[in-house]
Design a protein around this ligand. Structure first.
Ligand SMILES: Cc1cc2nc3c(=O)[nH]c(=O)nc-3n(C[C@H](O)[C@H](O)[C@H](O)COP(=O)(O)O)c2cc1C
Length: 660
């Protein structure tokens, strides 16, 4: 008896009170059909019917999306050969093509009368939303071009649990189209900017601001650079944006468990953790990429502090986050709700472990596809360009490097300690050493002294060392040994000291592993004098060298190598910038150099250093004399004219002083 009642209630369709006789009130797509009819976006099939189980043609879907956009006026003709300019769907198809929502089958055909597949529906909506890439490895069964769209559809919860399963390659029913389109529409109405594909500001300056935590982390072990930080660096490289790390006033615990406790407290108390640093001129940025990890399914509270610290009115904000399963967890909407004066576009959610494995060399395809989809006009990434005001250059690894440093070649361990300390005191922020110089411990002590005296912080300085050729077969150990001798827990740049075709690839690969482990930030080469030799190594390895350090001075300007490595965004650094031991006087007394020095009231050494910087060579003069060190740094208040630069260029004799 009971079974019968149940059976009956299942078998008898509910009476339809909706506009359509074939759409029962309580059916899963009823609200959507009603909502779309009300808005004039999707109508019935005539005779009081909606025909929920019929399919919808591609032209009909274009028309639905066109109406949803408010049927804006269009002009021109679409590029398809199988559409008619006078057809009822002509405006809709033209609009959809012009807005990159459809691009046909790729052979000039659009297929206006073909039934829309479920994945085609997903792709059109996804493009309308701004082609937001969700980082997901979930198997979808979709065609390759539709995988991102289907992931997005699922993440945005546009699939109704009560509807039949989503089968990407099958034709979509009208009921299914209505339901998915309606859910998308509701999302759009609720968060217009977040999904509207609103035109982002283009051509303006880009900021990539992020919060990230190094230390013990879920899934990736203990890391020296947080997952979001890596993603931020890649985004900055690909957009040419300025990178800004949101640093908490009170450092967060390294231990994961302790971090969970702090994060819970901050959330419970709705805290606003203080931020230690500040963006000087926030107003100059038009587009702000905003990065963060997901904490407890939400934004870390420090993001609220950050958003409340600046005026985002009129800015385009693009969130990005890392997580370990929660996706973006609705945080993009939280941001859109909070930054009401800004246009918030759909962002990128990436697994922390995926972000941690990024090479950060400006080539990651997930980031690239996402940025392309956003239509952000990228600034020419300023990789390799010297910023003489800031005294830095952006490496192809995404890190900024000071362009003037102290060299320590031929300095004893004790001399190196003093020179490094004096150099940091004089304003140098780049230090160059090498394992073969035998002074890494002294360099480490010099750094520590300056840190202890509050002259610099570790993060303010850039330390380079070099792996010696005899260590090339034991590269992993060589990295660890340099770290230990320097007393540092990471090295900003490590370079192979010399080309050595028998095993330099092996050594470089050890440095690549150390990058992945966070022990090295950037890696590069030294003493590769032939383009083919440089390419040999590049072609056999993964991370493009950030820098090449070769003998370079006015008599050996390294023009050919410099032009060659520029294609890789690799920066040239000069060793023997002043000619080196025994040769400096030759350069200092050069009549052209002396005359320029006299004209500016500076020394020949200062002219040569200034020439390196203006010519785009990172310059590392060495000295054990404090006065010379101070003088070598005092090159920021004068400038060589174009004519003087040309005179310097004319001095090139392609003559090396050293024979190694
Ligand atoms: C306090 C805390 C809470 C977290 N909560 C979540 C969470 O709810 N969902 C999730 O997917 N991941 C969560 N994670 C993992 C982080 O989102 C993930 O590891 C992220 O990539 C860390 O980024 P970061 O290295 O830039 O700090 C949490 C991590 C921490 C430390």
């Amino acid at each position: 008896m009971i079974a019968c009642v149940v059976m009956l209630s299942l078998c008898v369709p509910a009476l339809a009170t909706s506009a359509y006789s074939d759409v029962p009130d309580d059916v899963w797509y009823a609200e959507a059909v009603e909502g779309l009819l009300e808005r004039g976006i999707m109508n019935g099939t005539g005779g009081g019917k909606f025909s929920p189980n019929d399919t919808l043609t591609r032209a009909q879907l274009a028309a639905v999306l066109y109406r949803m956009a408010g049927s804006p006026a269009v002009s021109g003709e679409d590029s398809f050969t199988d559409t008619a300019p006078t057809a009822w769907y002509a405006d809709a198809v033209l609009w959809a093509e012009q807005n990159k929502i459809i691009n046909g089958y790729g052979n000039g055909l659009f297929g206006p009368s073909d039934p829309t597949t479920q994945e085609q529906l997903a792709v059109m909506l996804w493009r309308d939303a701004g082609s937001y890439v969700v980082n997901s490895s979930e198997e979808t069964g979709a065609s390759l071009y539709a995988v991102d769209a289907v992931h997005w559809l699922k993440t945005e919860e546009l699939l109704n649990e009560k509807a039949p399963a989503f089968v990407p390659k099958q034709a979509a029913t009208r009921a299914q189209v209505a339901d998915i389109v309606y859910r998308y529409l509701k999302l759009k109405e609720q968060y217009p900017d977040a999904v509207s594909g609103a035109t982002p500001s283009t051509g303006g300056k880009i900021l990539v601001a992020y919060f990230s935590r190094a230390g013990e982390n879920y899934n990736v072990g203990t890391v020296s650079e947080g997952n979001t930080a890596k993603l931020a660096r890649e985004i900055a490289l690909q957009t040419g944006g300025d990178l800004f790390e949101i640093v908490p006033e009170t450092a967060y615990p390294v231990s994961y468990d302790a971090m969970l406790t702090v994060a819970t407290r901050e959330r419970t108390n709705n805290e606003r953790p203080a931020i230690k640093n500040r963006i000087e001129n926030f107003a100059q940025y038009d587009t702000v990429f905003l990065g963060y990890p997901i904490w407890w399914g939400d934004l870390p509270m420090i993001l609220h502090t950050f958003m409340e610290s600046y005026d985002f009115t009129g800015k385009t904000v693009i969130p990005f986050n890392t997580h370990e399963g929660s996706g973006q967890s609705g945080t993009q909407k939280t941001i859109a709700d909070k930054l009401t004066g800004a246009t918030v576009l759909q962002g990128l959610a990436m697994r922390g472990s995926t972000a941690q494995a990024l090479h950060c060399d400006g080539t990651d395809a997930t980031v690239k596809n996402w940025l392309d989809g956003l239509g952000i006009e990228k600034q020419t990434a300023n990789v390799g360009q010297f910023d003489l005001d800031a005294g830095t250059v952006l490496l192809n690894s995404g890190y900024k490097m000071p362009i003037l440093g102290i060299g320590t070649y031929a300095l004893s361990d004790t001399q190196a300690e003093n020179s490094v300390y004096w150099a940091l005191k004089a304003g140098f922020r780049l230090i160059d050493t090498a394992r073969i110089y035998g002074n890494e411990p002294g360099v480490g002590r010099g750094i520590q002294r300056a840190i202890d005296e509050g002259i610099v912080k570790r993060e303010d300085i850039f330390v380079t060392t070099k792996m010696w050729t005899s260590d090339f077969s034991n590269g992993d150990a060589a990295v660890d040994a340099s770290l230990s001798r320097l007393g540092l827990d990471y090295i900003d740049l490590m370079i192979l000291h010399h080309s050595q075709p028998s095993n330099d690839v092996q050594a470089y690969q050890a440095m690549e592993r150390a990058v992945a482990d966070g022990k090295l930030k950037s890696i590069g080469l030294s003493n590769y004098y032939e383009p083919s030799d440089f390419d040999r190594l590049v072609n056999a390895t993964t991370i493009t060298p950030a820098l090449l350090q070769n003998e370079t001075h006015p008599y050996h300007q390294s023009t050919e190598m410099k032009e060659h490595i520029a294609q890789y965004g690799t920066v040239l650094e000069s060793w023997f910038p002043l000619g080196g031991r025994g040769n400096t006087q030759t350069l200092f007394n050069d009549s052209t150099i002396s005359a320029i020095a006299q004209a500016h009231g500076v020394s020949s050494a200062q002219v040569i250093i200034r020439w390196h910087l203006q010519a785009g060579n990172v310059c590392i003069p060495g000295s054990s004399n404090e006065q010379h060190i101070i003088e070598d740094h005092d090159v920021w208040d004068f400038e060589l004219s174009e004519g003087e630069m040309a005179q310097m260029t004319a001095l090139d004799k392609n003559r090396r002083f050293a024979d190694y």
